[in-house]
Design a protein around this ligand. Structure first.
Ligand code: PLP
Length: 427
């Protein structure tokens, strides 16, 4: 699953976060820290959201990009800048290009949500050009770096640079400033999403110095656990395959510089299942009227896992981004229902005789089991004809009855949402 990569042993550099605060003050929004009554009641603790979904580009990524670009010399800025990004870094980069009046080229992976491509063009206006290359961020980055060299431009990385980390750290400065308006007790837990590690390196390091008793919990998607394995291995490792669903936070390999901070700053790592993230996106939309993207929902999605530990405590979840493409909502709902045990797909081989489907509907399905998908091809020269059936159940427990009935009526079936590869084709 993983291979050791040429880890560059990095001595942890010094961060000048105060200088980044000054540089960013006129450019970024000081986003609110909000008490969340619903979740505080649910978990018996005080939950606060740091609303970086309300940042100008709807994620914190502007902070790092602007902090680095605004320090480049006039000569370098005149030659232009390049970035590679799954989306949010690109938007922060594009906004910074327009703000600084410099030309930028944005490389994006081909499967980037269209909404992120459009937003990037909107924020950069005539200052940016978007080039779509590669399947993952890592492939895109290779093409972008080659282009940078060829054209004598400056590459603005999404996470692995001291200036980027300093910029992202300013999220932590605002949290510690703002929490004082609510309480003088220290924050017990800070939940931070992790992709390449820029946000967690910056915020985590600032907290270690200014709020050392806070436990910093890093969160990664289950399908892209690159920081999890880096911490276990003592150095960044390259994952062979990752699930790209959480597009903001799915990287094959964390940074060398970010890792040098994260190994000391993170107290724990938790891998959040993609389906759980989807359920949280829907809950935040329905219950809080907050639009979050998958990476932005991870900090809240992790709370169930920590429910016992956080009781009676003060906790902050960084809601890191809100760039959710409405076109992804159907997939988000599907993944959520599947994770909650309410959506199931079966391949059923019906006996090729009249009435076998009727028998299935009348006897095997329960009164509230809803057929949401049905694909059947009758085969006259075979004894059994396969049908793909999607079922939405009212409760998780209805699944047990359904399987009992399948067995009782000798239904020949395969449950295909248990197979990740086939399931991937269905949604
Ligand atoms: C919304 C959002 N949250 C979290 C992350 C993870 O960030 P990092 O690479 O700083 O760890 C990203 C990365 O792009 C993001 O866009």
């Amino acid at each position: 699953m993983i291979s050791m990569s040429e880890a560059k042993k990095i001595n942890k550099p010094t961060l000048n976060i105060e200088a980044a605060v000054k540089r960013l003050k006129p450019v970024v929004t000081h986003t609110p820290l909000q008490f969340n009554a619903n979740l505080s009641c649910k978990y018996g603790c005080n939950v606060y959201f740091k609303r970086e979904d309300l940042q100008i580009v709807r994620s914190y990524k502007l902070r790092g990009a602007y902090n680095m670009m605004s320090q480049l010399s006039k000569d370098l800025l005149a030659k232009g800048v390049v970035c590679a990004s799954a989306g949010n870094h690109a938007q922060g980069f594009a906004y910074s290009c327009k703000k600084l009046g410099v030309c930028g080229v944005v490389f994006m992976p081909i499967p980037s949500p269209q909404q992120k491509v459009n937003q990037t063009k909107m924020f950069g206006e005539d200052f940016v050009e978007v080039i779509l290359v590669g399947d993952t961020f890592d492939d895109t980055a290779v093409a972008a770096k080659a282009y940078t060299l060829e054209h004598g431009m400056t590459f603005i990385p999404p996470f692995d640079h001291v200036s980027i980390i300093e910029g992202q750290a300013t999220v932590g400065v605002e949290i510690l400033d703002d929490i004082k308006t609510f309480t003088h007790e220290p924050i017990d837990y800070l939940f931070v999403p992790v992709g390449g590690g820029g946000l967690s390196a910056g915020v985590g390091t600032y907290f270690k110095e200014h709020s050392p008793s806070t436990k910093i919990i890093g969160l990664e998607p289950e399908g892209a656990p690159s920081m999890f394995w880096a911490l276990k291995s003592g150095e960044p490792v390259e994952l062979e395959n990752i699930d790209k669903f959480v597009d903001g936070a799915s990287v094959k390999r964390v940074g060398d510089v970010t890792f040098s901070f994260c190994k000391d700053a993170l107290d724990d790592m938790h891998l959040v299942p993609e389906g759980k993230i989807c359920t949280t996106i829907l809950q935040m939309y329905n219950e809080e009227a907050i639009v979050v993207e998958p990476a932005g929902a991870m900090s809240v999605a992790a709370l169930d896992h920590y429910a016992d530990q956080i009781k009676g405590k003060t906790i902050v979840c960084i809601v890191s981004g809100g760039n959710n493409d409405i076109a992804r909502m159907q997939e988000i709902k599907e993944r959520s229902l599947t994770f909650e045990g309410l959506k199931h797909y079966f391949l059923i081989r019906f006996a090729q005789r009249p009435g076998s489907l009727k028998e299935f509907v009348n006897k095997v399905l329960g009164p509230y089991d809803d057929i949401t998908r049905f694909e059947f091809i009758q085969k006259h020269n075979k004894e059994a004809g396969p049908a793909l059936i999607g079922l939405e159940l009212r409760t998780k427990a209805d699944h047990t009855t359904l399987i009992e009935n399948m067995k009782k009526y000798h239904i020949n079936y395969d449950e295909i949402n248990k197979d990740d590869n086939i399931y991937g084709y269905l949604i």
